[in-house]
Design a protein around this ligand. Structure first.
Ligand SMILES: [Zn+2]
Length: 262
């Protein structure tokens, strides 16, 4: 009787400890929740829309950037323009006269405005284009690699070997050095929580130290063809991984950052 009670007691203790362990594991491995509408919206914003907002800002610098872009990226041009004219006449976003625009559309604009305020990818000069020099790139995100074994999880920016590569944002150097696919590669944990991946470098900037801070525009290294790019033309493979481990298409962001650099 006594033995079996001890065993029972031990079992209860063991189960309790296991439970604690599971809870602790979940607390450490909790991935941040990213609302599923955020990145589809952000990657739907076009360079032309951002360019138009840039012109709007030159005309009336007091109008909020997020208001402009939320309107231009959500509404047909005529509707957007009518509302922007009101903003230019010093009507605040809250007090805009939406006329016949339905409240569901208004809610959409408002949601996009909130996203733009939190995710500042399109905010003037907030992010830096990663290539300093002549480069060309196209949208190849999701293309087959190794005969369909994996998908292309980034954008390739081509240019002459040694072209300077810089960090697109401030953050911390998280990965540094050689890996099989990336060759000489650098990974930066951005201040926005994303992981920014720079691969196939000819060399890594010697002043980079793992765990150290890096600012937007600071040297990462030189463009090259190391790793699995050994037989391909020199290019930077640039990737953006969200804090939840999902790789997103960097192309629309790159297109806009390149524009800001002009
Ligand atoms: Zn690539």
């Amino acid at each position: 009787m006594i033995i079996s009670r001890r065993i029972k007691h031990g079992l209860v203790q063991f189960t309790f400890l296991m439970l604690l362990g599971v809870i602790a594991w979940h607390m450490f491995h909790k991935t941040p929740n990213i609302s599923p509408d955020i990145f589809p919206y952000l990657s739907s914003v076009t360079t032309a829309q951002v360019k138009q907002c840039q012109e709007d800002t030159l005309q009336s610098p007091k109008v909020l950037w997020e208001d402009l872009l939320a309107l231009r990226s959500t509404l047909p041009e005529k509707q957007a323009q009518a509302l922007i004219t009101q903003l230019q006449n010093q009507v605040s976003f809250k007090d805009l006269n939406w006329g016949i625009i339905p409240s569901t559309t208004y809610k959409k604009v408002e949601r996009h405005r909130d996203i733009l305020m939190q995710y500042t990818y399109y905010y003037p000069k907030k992010y830096t284009f990663p290539v300093r020099g002549k480069t060309w790139f196209e949208d190849s995100f999701g293309a087959d690699r190794e005969g369909g074994l994996r998908r292309h999880e980034g954008t390739d920016l081509f240019g002459p070997e040694g072209t300077p590569i810089v960090s697109v944002c401030g953050g911390e150097v998280e990965q540094l050095g050689w890996n099989r696919l990336g060759g000489e590669r650098v990974g930066v944990r951005g201040d926005d929580g994303n992981y920014y991946y720079y691969a196939h470098l000819q060399y890594i900037s010697p002043q980079l130290i793992k765990g150290q801070r890096i600012e937007a525009g600071e040297d990462i290294g030189g463009m090259g063809h190391t790793g699995d790019a050994l037989t391909t033309p020199d290019h930077l493979h640039f990737g953006i991984e969200l804090p939840n481990g999902q790789w997103i298409n960097p192309y629309p962001f790159l297109a806009v950052w390149q524009m800001w650099g002009e």
